[in-house]
Design a protein around this ligand. Structure first.
Ligand SMILES: [Zn+2]
Length: 91
């Protein structure tokens, strides 16, 4: 499996888990259960996204494949590396 496919799947897995937990929080009757699930969403979403950014990097220079030119970051993986211009579709 290519690095862009893995990164996309990992991002989608986190996004879907967050949506499922939010649906669960919406359905929960007990207010403390709602708060607990919401805390879990934050605990999953931000470290999860950080992990995806750290794990999926250009094999040539180590730049995150979500990085774009300058300080821009996108939520989908780039086709070419923002720093070295390597073709990420072949990694
Ligand atoms: Zn690179």
């Amino acid at each position: 499996m290519k690095i862009r496919t893995k990164a996309t799947l990992a991002g989608w897995a986190i996004f879907m888990a967050v949506l499922a937990l939010l649906a669960l929080a919406y359905e929960a009757r007990d207010v403390w259960l709602r708060i607990a699930i919401s805390v879990l969403v934050f605990a999953l979403y931000f470290p999860g996204n950080f992990l995806v950014t750290v794990l999926f990097r250009c094999q040539t220079c180590g730049t995150s494949i979500f990085d774009r030119r300058g300080s821009w970051v996108a939520s989908w993986p780039a086709k070419t590396c923002a720093t070295c211009g390597a073709d990420l579709t072949k990694q």
